[in-house]
Ligand binder design. Structure first.
Ligand code: FAD
Length: 399
C-alpha cells in the first residue's frame, strides 16, 4: 500500500496560473518552502498568447515552449502526475496512478479542455487540406503554411458556442490573414468570412465599435450566431447551424481556421468542486471556493465570469495568494478581484487594439491614451514586451 504524501498547499495544474501562484506564495511566505506541491503531468509549458503570431509566421513556435521543470519555483515540489479525483471532505486528491496527496489548502488551476472531437470530421481534417487551428502547439505552424501558400479563394474563421481561452484569438488571426493576403496580392480574388456563434464582434462596446471599423475597412463578411458543427474535408465544405433559426448552412472553403468548443476539464466537471456548468465554483471577488473554504481556484478552469486570459490570471494570482494567506492566518479575506482581463487584438502585422476591461465590461485601460485605436506601439508590447515580462517576471511571482 502506498503512503499518503502530505503538503501544506497542493496546486493542481502547473500552467500559467499554478506557477504564478506558487512563485508568489513562496515569495510572500518563505517558510512554505518544502511544503508546496505542484501536480502536473506535462513536460512542457507554452506561452500560448504568442501562438497568434506563430500562426501568422511572425514568431517560431519553439520560442513559446519551455521545459516545465525550468519553471517550478525553488522550494516547490513537482509531482509529475495527473489528478483524477478530488476528495474535499478528506482534504485529499488522487492521481491517475492511484497516489493520494493530502493537503491543508488546495489551489485548482488545471486550464481548459479543448473539444477537438466535438466537431464532426475535425480530428481527421486538422493539419491538412487547408484546415488549421492556432489552438494547438502541434498544428499552429500549419496555420502559417495555409496562409503562406494561399493563392485566393475563401478563407473562413470560426468562433465556437462555448467559453474559450482568449475570446479575441479567433478573430486576431483573421485580421493578420487579411493583411498577409493583401501583401501577397491575393486579397482581390479572396473572400474572408468570420462565422461566429456570438451575436456580435466583441462584448465591450468601445472595442466592438473599433473592430467593426476594422471589419468594414478589410471587407470581411460576418455571419453571427453561426456555429460550426461538421467539416466535410473531402468536399472542402464546412457545415454550420444558425443558433437561433436552427437552419443549416454549408460553405465551401479553401482555408478553414477552426476554434473548437472548450469545456471544463472532465476530472473537474465530474467532481464535487464543480458548479452546474462544470467549472470550479468560487467567489468572483475572493477566489475562495463557495463550499470548501480551504480551496481556491483561478484561471481557465474557474467559473470567474470574465474572459479567460493570462492577463486576467496576472491580476487573479495576487488576490488568491493574499486571501489564501489570510485563511491560513485565520484573518478576514480582504483582497478583491474585479474581473480585470485584457485582450490584445492584433489587427494587422504592426497594429493592435489593447482591450482591457472588468466584470462590468467597463474599459480598465493601463495607458494614458485611447486604447481602442490601432497602434504600432501596442503591437510591439504584445510581440516583444509581454513575452519577456511573462517569463522573467510573472512566472517568477515578481509582477
Ligand atoms: C491561440 C491563443 C491565444 C491566446 N492569446 C492570449 C493573449 O493574447 N493574452 C492572454 O492573456 N491570454 C491569451 N491566451 C490565453 C492564455 O494562454 C490562457 O488563458 C492561460 O494560459 C490559462 O492559464 P491556466 O493556468 O488557467 O491554464 P494552462 O496554462 O493551460 O495550464 C493548465 C495546466 O494544467 C495541467 N493539467 C491539466 N489537467 C491536469 C490534471 N488532470 N492534473 C494535473 N494537471 C493538469 C496542464 O498540463 C497545464 O500545465 C491565448 C490562448 C491561446 C490558445
Amino acid at each position: 500500500m502506498s503512503s499518503i504524501r502530505k503538503f501544506c498547499v497542493a496546486i493542481v495544474g502547473g500552467g500559467s496560473a499554478g506557477i504564478m501562484v506558487a512563485a508568489r506564495l513562496l515569495r510572500a511566505r518563505p517558510s512554505l518552502r518544502g511544503s508546496i506541491a505542484i501536480i502536473d503531468p506535462a513536460d512542457k509549458h507554452y506561452y500560448q498568447p504568442l501562438w497568434t503570431l506563430v500562426g501568422a509566421g511572425v514568431v517560431s513556435k519553439e520560442k513559446t515552449e519551455r521545459e516545465e521543470a525550468s519553471l517550478i519555483p525553488k522550494g516547490a515540489t513537482w509531482i509529475k502526475e495527473s489528478i483524477e479525483s478530488f476528495f474535499p471532505e478528506m482534504n485529499q486528491v488522487c492521481t491517475a496512478q492511484g497516489e493520494k496527496i493530502q493537503y491543508d489548502y488546495l489551489v485548482v488551476s488545471a486550464g481548459i479542455e479543448i473539444g477537438w472531437d466535438k466537431i464532426k470530421g475535425l480530428p481527421e481534417a486538422i493539419g491538412k487540406g487547408g484546415v488549421c487551428s492556432n489552438y494547438s502547439y502541434e498544428h499552429v505552424s500549419y496555420t502559417w503554411e495555409c496562409l503562406r501558400t494561399f493563392s485566393g479563394g475563401t478563407a473562413i474563421f470560426t468562433h465556437p458556442n462555448t467559453p474559450i481561452k482568449c475570446g479575441g484569438a479567433p478573430q486576431k488571426i483573421m485580421y493578420l490573414a487579411d493583411d498577409h493576403m493583401r501583401k501577397a496580392k491575393v486579397r482581390s480574388h479572396s473572400q474572408i468570412i468570420f462565422a461566429s456563434a456570438n451575436a456580435s464582434i466583441f462584448a465591450v462596446k468601445k472595442y466592438a465599435d473599433s473592430l467593426q471599423n476594422v471589419i468594414n475597412r478589410k471587407n470581411i463578411h460576418t455571419n453571427f450566431r453561426w456555429n460550426l458543427i461538421e467539416i466535410l474535408s473531402k468536399k472542402k465544405e464546412a457545415l454550420f447551424v444558425h443558433l437561433d433559426t436552427k437552419e443549416l448552412h454549408t460553405l465551401s472553403y479553401d482555408m478553414l481556421h477552426v476554434v473548437p468548443p472548450m469545456f471544463p476539464p472532465r476530472f473537474i466537471r465530474e467532481s464535487p468542486l464543480a458548479d452546474e456548468a462544470g467549472w470550479v465554483e468560487i467567489d468572483a471577488a475572493t477566489l475562495q471556493h463557495r463550499r470548501y473554504p480551504n480551496i481556491f481556484s483561478l484561471g481557465d478552469c474557474s467559473n470567474l465570469p470574465t474572459s479567460k486570459t493570462g492577463a486576467a490570471i496576472r491580476k487573479q494570482a495576487p488576490v488568491l495568494v493574499a486571501n489564501l494567506l489570510a485563511v491560513m492566518d485565520q484573518q478576514t479575506l480582504s483582497a478583491r478581484y474585479d474581473g480585470y482581463t485584457s485582450c490584445p487584438l492584433v489587427t494587422g502585422y504592426n497594429r493592435l487594439i489593447l482591450a482591457e476591461f472588468d466584470y462590468k465590461l467597463e474599459p480598465r485601460e493601463t495607458f494614458p491614451f485611447d486604447q481602442a485605436k490601432e497602434r504600432y506601439s501596442m503591437y510591439r508590447v504584445k510581440k516583444d514586451l509581454l513575452p519577456l515580462l511573462y517569463w522573467r517576471a510573472m512566472m517568477k511571482g515578481r509582477m
